[in-house]
Design a protein around this ligand. Sequence first.
Ligand code: ADE
Length: 245
Amino acid sequence: MTTARRRIALLFAMEAEAAPLIETLGLRQDQEFGDPRLPFLHYRGEFAESLELLLSVNGKDPRFGVDNIGTEPATLNAYLTLRGFRPELCISAGTAGGFIRCGGALGDVYVSDRPFCFHDRRIPIPGFDQYGIGSYPSASYAGMARALGLKEGGVSTGNSLDFTERCLAGMERSGASVKEMEAAAIAWVAWCLKIPFLALKSITDLVDGEHPTEDEFLRNLRTASRLLREKTVEVLRYLATSPPA
Ligand code: ADE
């Protein structure tokens, strides 16, 4: 008897973040998936015969030759990927800033353990204030985090690599240990489509450290992406051998 494979979607913003995993898993590009007018890249594969994978990357901006980071491409690619693939779980994987005050260190890989918030959508009007913050659910994988030695924490999203004092205050209020640029946007799409969602984020820089974020990020992107690959493979192995949620 053959059992249906469980579908897992992996969403990445940057090619450098996704490339090690694509290579290790031997994923193949699917040029038919999605919309040829959009810059997104989609890769398919299997894992341990029980998981069917679709890995989507946001591709490049043709004008500037850089990766399509931030919330707009993340939202659009999430919708395209989740609508077309209908996974049982969606994972936003990538790099992020960590916080020394939360015990974060370079190379840590975090799994989300609380709702995803935005730290740069400030709308001081009743109702809209909460809407701006977002607070979209994270699937609960505490057992997996413990089993794999992953740190757990809140993930906060904004469209800047730097931050203002108000952004920092927002991150503290939401209990974030991780600062990045896509997860809450994808969390909104997953919440709308009722697809369980979590984030796996590898730390390239320390937000409350002494080095300029852009220097630290660029210096550590390759190493953090390799560590992310290792942990993502372990997560897939865990999912392949555990019963469906
Ligand atoms: N990605 C990696 N580091 C980041 C940071 N400090 N802020 C936002 N996105 C990031």
